[in-house]
Ligand binder design. Structure first.
Ligand code: ZN
Length: 428
């Protein structure tokens, strides 16, 4: 009797060891392995998790929450992916969980600017009884403003195909200052700088410097804080075929805006520059057609000089300019009454850049005199002004000045431009 009892105890112990050991073994060697990928970049929108675990498969997906048109397009792609996966993998009876099918899908979002955005969808799929995962990368690129999907043909001029031939990639992402091309899971990055000559819309961030996340965030916050210092940088005598673009790049890289008082005689041959100045959020004003001293002209001649320039700008931008900078700052009562429909903008900080042509003189002249509400005079036709602008913009930004357009500054400082028609500054 005693012997049988002992034997049963031994049997129970062996059974326990086998069961526990078996469980540990199964869990270790037959465990379902879910790849550890997660969202790394979320530069716009939100992602929400979606899980669905059954006896034959496990699904770990995400959905995007952003603008309606983006949600519709991206989430229906994901819904189709899930449906196809279910159809292919739901009939099997799985014993070991490691043999289950798995769909794991992750969303990353990227932003070039307030208009262009990209969504990357990485899907990892494992079929039933298989151990290996296959990875698929898919992307969508959108214009937020036009609410459409954008292609490379929309963004680049024809010649870009010499650098990116048709068929050399499956999909692409628009990152902050580079294009990311995928062929399968292999990626290749091409900076917008190297595609500069094909950058049709000038909407891509070519010529950006390497910037930190903090600077990046700052770059895309466009609102003006009325309680913070601000100045308006103004450029006369342009537009210029190369200098003006260089200045636009400096402004964009520092989240700065400026006002360009253009000469009608320079507008026609530089119509692309005019559009770029406008499209990139700067203000355009009138500096007359021929740079004549208005105080020496008749009332009709003054109006002709200004109105013809306003027409040329309107034809290119669709917005009629309201600011006039009289050449040489010359104003008298005839000028004022001839231009009563416009706002005359003089300046109170003169860089004398046209005279010195020397950044070592231009920069201190501006920086030693500038205060909140000032209007700074520079000229975008002189190449020597460009390095000075780069330093002035950088130093003003470091001193917490907001660099804004003249109209935005007058508005922020509370001026009623239907009443006051001539300004040297917006100092209060
Ligand atoms: Zn001038």
């Amino acid at each position: 009797m005693k012997k049988i009892f002992k034997f049963i105890i031994i049997l129970v112990i062996i059974a326990t060891i086998v069961t526990v050991g078996g469980l540990i073994f199964t869990n270790t060697f037959f465990k379902l392995d879910i790849p550890d990928i997660k969202t790394e970049n979320l530069e716009f929108g939100k992602v929400v998790k979606n899980e669905n675990i059954t006896d034959s498969y496990e699904i770990y997906t995400q959905k995007i929450e952003s603008e309606d048109f983006i949600n519709l397009i991206v989430n229906s792609y994901i819904d189709n992916l899930i449906e196809e996966f279910r159809n292919n993998n739901s009939s099997e009876e799985i014993i070991f969980s490691k043999d289950k099918a798995v769909l794991k899908q992750i969303i990353d979002t990227y932003k070039v600017n307030d208009d262009l955005v990209s969504i990357k969808i990485t899907s990892m799929i494992k079929k039933v009884y298989e151990d290996e995962y296959s990875t698929e990368i898919y992307s969508y690129n959108f214009s937020m403003k036009s609410k459409i999907v954008v292609t490379l043909d929309d963004l680049f001029k024809e010649g870009y195909k010499t650098i990116i031939p048709d068929g050399s990639y499956d999909c692409f992402l628009l990152k902050f200052n580079e294009l990311e091309l995928y062929s399968g899971v292999h990626k290749k990055n091409i900076s917008y700088n190297s595609l500069l000559e094909y950058n049709a819309s000038k909407k891509l961030n070519a010529k950006n410097y390497d910037i930190t996340q903090e600077e990046y965030d700052k770059l895309f916050s466009n609102s003006i804080d009325k309680n913070k210092k601000m100045v308006a940088i103004t450029f006369d005598d342009g537009p210029h075929a190369t200098n003006t673009y260089k200045i636009l790049d400096i402004l964009d890289c520092n989240n700065a805006k400026a006002t360009f008082f253009m000469l009608g005689s320079n507008i026609e041959k530089n119509s692309d520059v005019v559009k770029a100045v406008y499209d990139r959020g700067n203000e355009i004003g009138i500096h007359t057609w021929n740079h004549k001293e208005l105080t020496k002209l008749s009332l009709e001649e003054i109006q002709s000089e200004v109105n013809s320039t306003a027409d040329a700008i309107f034809n290119l931008t669709g917005e009629r300019p309201v600011l006039v900078r009289p050449p040489y700052g010359s104003v008298n009562n005839t000028v004022k009454s001839a231009l009563s429909n416009y706002i005359l903008i003089l300046w109170n900080v003169d860089s004398l850049d046209w005279k010195s042509r020397n950044e070592e003189k231009i920069v201190p002249l501006v920086m030693n005199n500038v205060k909140d509400g000032d209007i700074i005079l520079l000229h975008d036709i002189h190449s020597t002004t460009i390095p000075a602008v780069e330093k002035i913009v950088k130093q003003l930004t470091e001193q917490d000045y907001q660099l804004v357009t003249v109209s935005d500054m007058l508005k922020a400082k509370g001026y009623d431009t239907t009443q006051v028609k001539l300004f040297y500054s917006a100092r209060q």
